[in-house]
Design a protein around this ligand. Structure first.
Ligand code: SAM
Length: 299
C-alpha cells in the first residue's frame, strides 16, 4: 500500500516536473519565436540585398557610358563614377607609401578592381552578401551577367567584364561592417564612396581610419551627405542639423573636426554620378569628394 502510495506520489512528482519543464521549454521557445518575429518586423530589410538594386548597381558600375546614357545632352561628366573614384586615389598616391588599398562599401566592386591598377593588394568590403557574391564571381571568372533596365519588366541582357589589364589576383572581397572593420592590417589608401551616410554610426569608422592608414596614406571620401533616418539614427548624423546654439552643422564640418590633426585635407571637389533607374529616369547626384592624407601624429 505504502509502495503503491509511494509510487503514486513519485509518479505524480515526476509528471509534475516533466509538466513544468515542458511548460518552461514551450515558454522559452515561444518568447524566442516572438523575439524573432518582432525583430524581423522592426528591422527593415537591407535594400542593398535586393535583386533590383543588384542589377541597378551592376549597370551603374559596368555598363559602357554610351550604352548607359543614351540621350544627347545628358550629364556625361557623371558617367563612370567608380572608375573616377579609383583614379582620384591613384592621382594622390605617393611613392614609397604602402601599396595596399581598402574599398569600404565597395558594392559590386568596380572601384576595387580599378584600384588594382595602382595598388598591389586591394580589399573590397561590403555589408551586402548579394553584392559580394557578384564581386566573387567577377574575380573568379572576370565576367557576370546582369540586366540593364529600360522600363518596367523590359531591359537588355548585358555582361560585365573586368579589363584583362587588371590583375584580379590582387583583389580580395569580403562581407563586413564599416562601423566595425575586421583586423586587416594597414593600408596606404582607404576609399569610402557614398558610404558614410549609409552607416548606422559613421564616427567609429572615421576613428578607425587613424590606426589603419599609414603615414602618408590616403583617405578618399565621397558623399552626397543625404542623411536619412532609414540608415542613420538622427543622433548619429554628422551633419544636416542645427546644434544646441542654433548653428548649422554640415557633414564636411564634422569630418574636418573628426579628421582633426590626424589627417590633412589635400583636395575637395564636387563629383557627379548618375544612377539609371530606367532608360528615361536617372538619379543625378553631385557627391562631395574629399581627399585626406595621414599626418605623422600618434593616436
Ligand atoms: C550608396 S552605395 C555606394 C556603393 C559604392 N561605393 C558606389 O559608389 O557605387 C552604399 C554601399 O555601402 C554598403 N554598406 C551599407 N552599410 C554598410 C556597412 N555597415 N558596412 C559596409 N558597407 C555598407 C551598401 O551595401 C552599399 O554597397
Amino acid at each position: 500500500m505504502a509502495g503503491e502510495l509511494g509510487l503514486g506520489v513519485s509518479l505524480s512528482r515526476d509528471m509534475l516536473k516533466c509538466g513544468l519543464l515542458a511548460g518552461l521549454g514551450a515558454g522559452v521557445l515561444g518568447s524566442g519565436i516572438y523575439w524573432l518575429w518582432k525583430r524581423t518586423r522592426e528591422t527593415p530589410p537591407n535594400p542593398y540585398e535586393d535583386e533590383r538594386m543588384n542589377h541597378m548597381y551592376m549597370a551603374f558600375h559596368y555598363t559602357p557610358p554610351d550604352e548607359y546614357l543614351v540621350h544627347p545632352n545628358g550629364p556625361i561628366t557623371a558617367l563612370d563614377f567608380p572608375l573616377r573614384c579609383a583614379q582620384l586615389c591613384g592621382k594622390h598616391q605617393q611613392e614609397g607609401v604602402l601599396k595596399r588599398a581598402l574599398d569600404v562599401g565597395c558594392a559590386v566592386g568596380r572601384s576595387t578592381f580599378e584600384l588594382a591598377r595602382d595598388f598591389e593588394e586591394v580589399v573590397g568590403i561590403d555589408y551586402s552578401a548579394a553584392f559580394i557574391h557578384r564581386c566573387q564571381e567577377l574575380k573568379m571568372t572576370g565576367r557576370s551577367a546582369y540586366r540593364l533596365k529600360t522600363e518596367g519588366d523590359l531591359g537588355e541582357d548585358k555582361i560585365a567584364a573586368i579589363s584583362p589589364e587588371i590583375d584580379r589576383q590582387r583583389v580580395l572581397f569580403m562581407v563586413g561592417d564599416g562601423c566595425n572593420l575586421p583586423q586587416l592590417g594597414q593600408f596606404g589608401c582607404v576609399l569610402a564612396a557614398n558610404l558614410i551616410c549609409r552607416l548606422p554610426d559613421p564616427r567609429p569608422f572615421f576613428i578607425r581610419l587613424r590606426s589603419i592608414v599609414v603615414e602618408g596614406g590616403l583617405v578618399v571620401i565621397t558623399s552626397p551627405y543625404s542623411w536619412l533616418e532609414q540608415y542613420t539614427p538622427k543622433a548619429n548624423w554628422l551633419g544636416g542639423y542645427k546644434d544646441n546654439e542654433g548653428r548649422e552643422v554640415s557633414g564636411f564640418d564634422s569630418m574636418k573636426e573628426i579628421m582633426g590633426t590626424h589627417f590633412e585635407l589635400v583636395e575637395e571637389m564636387g563629383m557627379p554620378l548618375l544612377i539609371r533607374e530606367t532608360v528615361r529616369l536617372h538619379q543625378w547626384t553631385v557627391a562631395h569628394a574629399t581627399v585626406w592624407r595621414r599626418n605623422n601624429v600618434s593616436g
